[in-house]
Structure formats: C-alpha cells, structure tokens
Design a protein around this ligand. Structure first.
Ligand SMILES: *Cc1c(COP(=O)(O)O)cnc(C)c1O
Length: 352
C-alpha cells in the first residue's frame, strides 16, 4: 500500500535499511552526552544548511513535535502574547495552545480564498507574529510576498512560521523568518516522534533576554545545550540519526521543489470542467505545493477513498470543517513519482 496521507505519511523506502545500519553502528543505545552524539548533531546542522538552505547563522534544536514548538514559542519568546494569523485548523490550534499560556494573545483569522493583510493590524505592535506557512488542513500556503508584507509592517516583531508540512518540500524564504519549525513525519518522510526548531540570531537574542526558565524545554536551556551539541533531555536519538541519513540521501531543496511543482501541474490536467471533484482552493496562487485537498460531494469523496484503498492507494481524509467533503493527497518527496503517476492515472480513469 502507498500512503498519500499528509501526515503521518509515507516514509522513505530506505528507512528500514537506515535503522538496521544505525543499529549495527550502535546508534540506538547511544549516550546523548557522548562525543558521538555531538558529532551526529553537528552533521545534521551541516546537512540542513547544505540541503535545505538553512542560513549559516541560524541555530537548530531538536524537539519532540511541532506541538511542543507551539508551547516553546509562546512560553519563551513572548511576555504578553503574539498575533496569530491563520485560515485553518492547525493555525487555530497553535493559537489555542498559545492562549492557554498567554491569554493576551491576539488572533487574526482570514478567509480560505484570501491573503492576510498586515496593514489591518497596523495599530498593534505585537512582539511576535505567528504564521502557518503551509496549512495542512486546507492545502493553502503563504506566498513570499505575504511574509515580506508582515515583516515590513512589523519590523520589531519576531516572525514565527509553522512549516511542518512544507520543510523538506518547498523552498522556504528562511531568511524572512526568525523561528521556523516542523515535525519529521510530514515532508521530511520519517517516522513520527521528533520536531525541529530553527532560530535566527534575532530570535535567540530575544529569548535569551527574556530568559524564561520555568520549563524543562525553556529556550534558554535548549540553547545552552545546543551550544554543546546536546539536548535538555534524552532525545529521540534514532530520529536524529534518521534525519541525518535522509538529509544525506535527498537532493538540494531547489530540485525537490521543482519536482513537486511538476507533479502538481500534472494534477491540474485532471480538473476539466466535467470532473466531479476539484481542488478545494480555487486560486492556484494560494495553493500549497505539498498538500492537495480535493473537494466533491460527501458520497463521492467516501467512495473514491474506498475504491482507491482497494487498489493500494491510501488517501488522506479531509480535516476539520472539510472532513466529509474533501480528501487530501500529500505531494511529499518520499512518495515516488511513479506512485504519484499511478494514482493520477487511476483517478483520471475513474473520474472521466
Ligand atoms: C501536523 C501538523 C502539526 C502538528 O504536528 P505534531 O508533530 O503532531 O505536533 C502542526 N502544524 C501543522 C501545519 C501540521 O501539519
């Protein structure tokens, strides 16, 4: 069976081999205060720079998930709270978690077929902006102009972006943001159980100045440990190792993004006026590169998912308000292009 679920998702076919090699090399029981772990950490940093274009002065931390990053960002990077800008379920969840820690957090929902406008909040001076780069629930992504617009209107605010389902797939404007994070079970094609947090020097300075220390995962301790290429607690060492192996394996991000773009264009040929399903997001410019939700009547959506599964294609369910009337297809790099084409062929025959 091939999974097109947008998380947890199809992992790289090489994962079993990497696990075996990690086991043989003694990685699974590796001490996280050892020199070997420090070298492993260091090589992930180097590979993130090489393959994913992480700027040289940005720092990298391992967390357990994107959800953990939501809390770390609220607790360690804000005093009063940030401004949360979102159009879907994940952005809304982030805001909900942040509100519990920082009740004065602000929220700015925007419509599915629109772009948020920084100008509308020009009167505010938020300390932190929270944007979802790739909204996995509805398959929208923020264009670079939107990110630049927020940067421009709020020069003093830190800019945090959730790239959980785009890091590793899309070419991200990392320099434009201060805090980026993702978990590994989406676009990075690895088993769930780890997240990565990437910070600009400005973000680091701000958090060290706030010096919040109430939690095991307070940024000050993450940073102190990172400087020694260590972690606050015993981390998912296998996850770190698999991240290293997958980063060695993948091409530079510009190539990956190009390939994913070609694959998305192939899908567009499916949506003729007669096709009973269509992309949830009508404006192509607002669509995500990595997650494609398709909309149709609820019965048809259920039947497509069911039939596809019998052919060995697991399609993703809709999410939140779009649960019944959409299905989601992940366009993640760990899914091979030939599998993608096979699904495309199958659906175009079924739906024509
Ligand atoms: C999946 C997802 C999350 C949550 O990831 P966890 O690893 O479960 O914490 C957060 N944000 C986005 C955009 C996601 O797609």
């Amino acid at each position: 069976m091939i999974s097109f679920y947008p998380g947890p998702s199809q992992v790289y076919a090489q994962v079993p081999q990497w696990v075996q090699e990690g086991y043989d090399a003694g990685v699974l029981g590796m001490n996280h205060r050892s020199e070997a772990f420090q070298e492993l950490y260091e090589s992930v940093i180097r590979l993130m720079r090489e393959k994913l274009e992480v700027p040289i002065d940005y720092t990298l931390y391992f967390t357990s998930s994107a959800t953990e990053c939501w809390e770390i960002i609220a607790q360690s990077f804000t005093q009063k709270g940030g401004l949360h800008v979102y159009n879907g379920a994940f952005g809304e969840k982030w805001a909900a978690y942040a509100r519990k820690l920082r009740p004065l957090s602000l929220e700015m929902p925007f419509p599915l077929e629109g772009s948020p406008r920084a100008q509308e909040w020009a009167g505010e001076a938020p300390e932190l902006l929270c944007l979802t780069h790739n909204e996995t629930s509805n398959g929208t992504a923020l264009r670079e102009e939107v990110i630049a617009d927020f940067r421009h209107h709020f020069p003093n605010a830190l800019l945090a972006l959730d790239a959980t389902s785009s890091l590793g797939g899309a070419q991200l404007p990392l320099e434009q943001g201060d805090i980026w994070y993702a978990s590994v079970q989406k676009c990075l094609g690895l088993p769930a159980g780890m997240g990565v947090l990437i910070c600009s020097p400005r973000a680091v300075d701000r958090a060290l100045w706030l010096d919040e220390k109430a939690h095991y995962n307070s940024f000050t301790s993450l940073h102190k440990n990172m400087l020694m290429r260590q972690t606050t607690h015993t981390p998912n060492v296998l996850g770190v190792y698999l991240l290293k192996r997958s980063l060695e394996h993948i091409p530079p991000i510009s190539e990956t993004a190009h390939l994913l773009g070609e694959r998305m264009r192939q899908w567009e040929r499916l949506f003729t006026p007669h096709c009973p399903i269509k992309p949830l997001v009508a404006h192509a410019a607002l669509r995500s590169l990595t997650v494609l939700p398709l909309q149709g009547n609820a019965e048809l959506i259920t039947s497509i998912k069911h039939q596809a599964l019998r052919r060995g294609f697991l399609l993703g369910n809709g999410y939140g308000p779009w649960k019944e009337t959409t299905l989601r297809i992940a366009n993640f790099p760990a899914i091979r292009t030939e599998d993608f084409t096979a699904l495309w062929k199958y659906l175009s025959e079924e739906l024509s």
